[in-house]
Write a protein that binds this ligand. Structure first.
Ligand code: NDP
Length: 327
């Protein structure tokens, strides 16, 4: 049966193009589990993939770094038709055909079975951004950060990672400071649980190696000067997670926060995170993420709107999470 998918192609001049095509099932990749995709999601990396940001490694390719759906057919011992599954990362939507399609075929070792109580739509609402937010929260916990440690800063607050991180941290009782460039989203951020809102301009320009100690921990998805300033204002012994580069990939700072204040910088990678860590993250998301708050963050679009929204996410114009109903 043919199905609809977004395909990224490259022309003879090296220009990338993206659009919807009808694809035959015989073109599905190798793998032992075939999934009827229900939802995919638009992440920053998908914006880069569609916008020609050197993410796509082979052409033509179906972008979409994550999806949630139901198993159609399986030769994998752990999965049977009807099982609800989610996939994040592992190079899908970069090297291998990803989630912006009605069908996908993958190696079952890379799939996570949805925990009881989590729908495919909720799993998509969480998406790679939300799962990365949970990985960041787990890293803070592993570093010993508790609600009694002090304020926790979240940068890129109105984005996907930021929105979910605020919700999770606030639910655990943390005093959350949200850093955003969009003061128009202040009510939205307070609704998610932010106790204070600061302007991201306070953090985005070159600053001093050490600043007044302001927060005990931080979840950063912005990188560059912002991350340097976040580290410089982290209290003695605090921990900062780094998962993103919305401002830039550079880290133009000094080691002062590490060697003078014992601050820890914890790297977060969702793409190749080990399976036990993924399962732990999804179990915690199923237990802790408030379904009503999650629904507040979500905008639903169809495959036809993905290319347009991919452009907007690169311009920082997308709020919260965008899920794609591929059918
Ligand atoms: P979004 O675009 O949804 O959110 C990013 C947010 O960063 C924006 O909403 C905006 O927040 C802020 N921002 C944008 N541009 C700038 C800028 N120039 N300077 C400062 N802040 C800026 O993206 P996601 O939440 O999906 O992803 C966030 C980052 O995390 C991306 O870089 C992404 O690639 C990365 N990521 C990494 C993963 C990993 O495995 N390491 C997994 C998932 C994401 P506001 O308007 O509130 O200021």
């Amino acid at each position: 049966m043919p199905f609809r998918a977004i395909r990224v192609t490259k022309d003879e001049q090296g220009q990338q193009h993206a659009g919807i095509e009808t694809v035959d099932e015989s073109a599905l990749a190798d793998g032992n589990v075939t999934v009827s995709v229900e939802y995919s999601t638009v992440n920053y990396k998908d914006g880069l993939a569609i916008g020609g940001g050197h993410i796509v490694k082979s052409f033509p390719l179906t972008p979409g770094i994550d999806f949630a759906g139901t198993v159609d057919a399986s030769d994998h011992p752990d999965f049977a038709p009807g099982d609800r599954v989610v996939l994040n990362g592992w190079g899908f939507g970069e090297k291998y055909d990803g989630g912006f399609a009605q069908k996908a075929r993958v190696d079952g070792d890379l799939l996570v079975r949805l925990p009881q109580g989590l729908t495919t739509r909720e799993a998509a609402a969480i998406g790679t951004a939300g799962y990365t937010a949970m990985l960041s929260v787990l890293a803070l916990e592993d570093a010993g950060v508790t609600k009694d440690s002090g304020e926790v800063l979240v940068t890129g607050a109105a984005g996907g990672v930021g929105s979910v991180a605020i919700t999770l941290l606030a639910r655990q009782g943390h005093h959350v400071i949200a850093s955003t460039g969009r003061q128009s989203e202040a009510d939205y951020l307070r609704g998610l649980g932010a106790a204070e809102i600061i302007d991201r301009a306070e953090l985005s320009s070159p600053g001093k190696p050490l600043a007044r100690e302001r927060w005990a921990a931080a979840v950063d998805s912005v990188g560059s000067h912002t991350l340097v300033n976040v580290l410089a204002a982290t209290r003695y012994g605090g921990t900062v997670t780094s998962c993103g580069l919305a401002q830039g990939m550079d880290l133009p700072g000094t080691v002062a926060p590490f060697i003078l204040r014992g601050v820890t910088l914890a790297g977060i990678d969702s793409v190749h995170a080990p399976m036990e860590r993924r399962i732990r993250a999804y179990e915690r998301l199923a237990e802790e993420l408030d379904a009503a708050k999650l629904a507040e963050m979500v905008t639903v679009i169809g495959l036809d709107s993905v290319v347009e929204v991919a452009g907007k996410i690169l311009e920082g114009q997308v709020r919260g999470r965008t899920i794609v109903d591929v059918n």
